[in-house]
Design a protein around this ligand. Structure first.
Ligand code: B12
Length: 285
């Protein structure tokens, strides 16, 4: 790599311009340049990439992975089919490789959760209900998704300024921790400090921890039709003075608001938007 800037370098792409063109995050390209996958020059104190080198890398990446058939527009059903088969056969190496390729393509945490992991778990739930797979198959797949979430989180670009503090939990009687983990991962990736308490938590424990951590809001996930624990949690958290975000496949927006939620979200992307809105509203008094 060379320094200084002539007219040839000035006409080359900055990392941000190249990232915009590819439709991925600037940090993704930065990592590729640092690894030597994409040739670059240092000019005027920052990296510059030749358009031909960017195109060559993209072509190579797409051929190798089959992961990004149409830049920016992933074929999520095909991706889900592939990951589903890795999860159901217990091929964790192949699952990791697939996730790594998508990470290279700039897929966000919310996309991973809402377009890939959640639909696959739905499918697994259906097969399990129909007796076509065992509880062991389901547990292995769930555990692998937990590990993949950690992997995606570890690879995320460094978040900007902290947006606020959120306590995430599934209330007493609900043993589904994965939906909460997805929301917690999405909020962390967005720049929130998140305290994820897992599943089956008594309402008072959630409220006490939110008080200790000076939370801005509490996010409760609800995967089933069971309501006693959820009502208990809403009462305790409301009494402690925190706004509540409710979400999950076990409840709809109207019921959540009626129970006392400030907002409802049906996906990780909506959890991110709603949490930002709650923090903004709180700051505005
Ligand atoms: C994995 C799983 C389990 C695992 C949980 C492991 C874990 N670590 O979480 C275990 C084995 C423990 C389990 C147990 C049971 N389960 Co179960 N389980 C599932 C399964 C297959 C996947 C759940 C999951 O993780 N989904 C993926 C998540 C991420 O999707 P999601 O919940 O829709 O979340 C998305 C959005 O809703 C949103 N979101 C989620 N939470 C939140 C929160 C906020 C604040 C916001 C804004 C957004 C948000 O973002 C997510 C990403 O897009 C589902 C099948 C299914 N259809 O989901 C059944 C399912 C949820 N289970 C079910 C049942 C019946 C049970 C059991 C009662 C079975 C039994 N007889 O023992 C028990 C005990 C339940 C209890 N008391 O809690 C039913 C629930 C039916 C109902 N409506 O009541 C389902 C739907 C299966 C089925 N088709 O019948 N389960």
């Amino acid at each position: 790599m060379k320094s200084g800037m002539g007219s040839a370098e000035a006409s080359m792409l900055t990392l941000q311009e190249a990232a915009d063109m590819v439709g991925c995050h600037y940090q993704t390209l930065y990592r590729r340049v640092r690894k030597g996958d994409i040739p670059a020059l240092v000019a005027g104190g920052s990296y510059r990439i030749r358009r031909e080198d960017l195109d060559a890398w993209l072509e190579h990446r797409d051929q190798r992975s089959g992961a990004v058939p149409d830049r920016g527009q992933r074929d999520w059903p095909a991706q889900a089919d592939r990951l589903f088969s890795h999860l159901i056969t217990g091929d964790t190496d192949a699952a990791r490789q697939q996730v790594d390729r998508l990470l290279d393509g700039g897929v966000s945490m919310a996309e991973f959760c809402d377009s890939l992991f959640a639909p696959i778990l739905f499918r697994i739930g259906d097969l399990w209900r129909r007796g076509e797979i065992t509880i062991g198959d389901e547990h292995r797949a769930s555990r692998t998704v937990e590990a993949l979430l950690e992997r995606v989180l570890a690879a995320r670009p460094k978040p900007g300024p902290r947006l606020g503090t959120v306590v995430v939990a599934a209330p007493r009687g609900d043993r589904h921790s994965l939906p909460g983990q997805m929301v917690a991962s999405g909020l962390r990736a967005d720049g929130f400090v998140v305290h994820h308490l897992g599943a089956d938590l008594p309402g008072q424990e959630i409220a006490d921890l939110a008080t200790r951590e000076r939370a801005d809001l509490v996010a409760l996930s609800c995967a089933t039709g069971e309501r006693d624990g959820l009502v208990e949690a809403v009462d305790a958290v409301t009494a402690a003075g925190f706004p509540i975000l409710i979400g999950g496949a076990g409840i709809g927006g109207a019921e959540a608001i009626e129970l006392g939620a400030a907002r409802y979200g049906g996906s990780v992307a909506e959890a991110q938007q709603a949490a930002r809105a709650i923090v903004r509203e709180r700051a505005a008094g």
